[in-house]
Ligand binder design. Sequence first.
Ligand SMILES: [Zn+2]
Ligand SMILES: [Zn+2]
Length: 395
Amino acid sequence: MLKNKIHQLSDKYKSEIIALRRHLHANPELSFEEKNTVAFVEEKLRSFGITHIEPKAETGLVVIIEGKNPEKKVIALRGDMDALPIVEANDVPYKSTNPGVMHACGHDVHTSSLLGTARILNELKDEFEGTIKLFFQPGEEKIPGGASMMIRDGALENPTPTAVIGQHVMPFIPVGKVGFRKGMYMASADELYLKVIGKGGHGAMPETLVDPVLISAHILVALQQVVSRKADPKTPSVLSFGKVIAEGATNVIPNEVNIEGTFRTLNEAWRKKAHEQMLKIAKGIAEGMGGEVEFEIRKGYPFLKNEPELTQRAITAAEEYLGKENVLDIDIWMAAEDFSYYTQEIDGCFYRLGTRNEAKGIISSVHTPTFDIDEDALGISTGLMAYIALQELKQ
Ligand SMILES: [Zn+2]
Ligand SMILES: [Zn+2]
C-alpha cells in the first residue's frame, strides 16, 4: 500500500531531514538573500537524483518530478526558505551562526521538509500518474513576497498546476497534529505610514504652534472607527499601530510625528474601501486642527483562501495518514502569508504543522528569539505532504 510505503520512507529519512533542518537553521539568510540556502537545496536535490530544476525569482527554484503519464494532472507543493532579522536566544547546537538572522518562522522546517517530500516522491515516481512541481520560494517575509516573483517568473506555467499545497509550522498545535481550515483563512496585510506635520516650538506657547502630537492622538483614536463603525461586523478587520515617534521633550513640541501601523482584513472590496476611509479621516482631522498629514498605505499580501473542496480532500488524506484524532479544525488567523498569491491564481490549501511540545519547553511563538520546534514534526511533515499530493493526483 502506498500509504505504508510513504510512512516507511518518511521514517527512513527522518534523521537526515532533521540534519538538513539543523544545517539550514544554523545558516539562515534574510529574504531575497537566500543564495547559500538555494545552492544547498539544489545540491541535495541532485544527490537524490532529481535533475529537472529551474531557477526562478533570483533565489528560488521550481523542481519537476514526473510520474507515469505526466500530463494527466499537475500539483504544486511549496516551501519557503527565508529567515528573519532576529537575534536567536536559543542555546541549541544548531543555533544561528549568522549574527542577527534567525529562522524564527520555521522556514528551515518547510524547506527541509519539502526536500524530504521530494526525495520520497522521486523514489515513488513509478507508482503514481501525473506531475509534481516543487516551489522552493524566497522572500516570504518581505513585500512584495517571493510568491509574487515566482508567479511573475512563470512558476504556474509549463506545466500549469491545478492546485498548490503548502504547510507552515504552528507552535500552538501540539507536535503530532496538523490543522486545516476550509475557506477564508488568513488576512490581507497593509503597512500604514503616517507623517503628521505641525509647527513645533516651546511647549509653553501652544497658541503660536500647531501641535502634531495632539493631532496624532486624535487621528489614532478616530481611525479605530474604521474597524468599529465602518466595517461589516461579519468581516474580520484589525487595525494596530505599533510605532509613534514624536521627538520633542517635556517643554518642546516637535514639528512632526511619525506613526506606523498595520491594517488586515479578509475581503478585497472592503480592504479598498477601508483604505479610502482611513485617508479621509486622517486628512480631515489633520487639516481641521491646522496641520497636515502624509499618509502612505503600502499594500501587502492579499487574503488567503483555502479552496474548500481541495482542502476537504487534503483533510481526508491527512486523516488517513495520521489518524482522525490528529487532524484539527482551526480558526481564521489574522497574520498574512504570501502563499495567498498562488491562491489568487489557482486552488490552494495551506495547512498547519503542529510543532509544540510543552514537556520539552517548546512553546514560543513564531517571530520570537526563542522560537523552536519539536523535530518529531519532521517525521510527519515530509510523508504527509507526499501522501496528500499523491491522493490529489488521483482525483
Ligand atoms: Zn513569518
Ligand atoms: Zn512563515
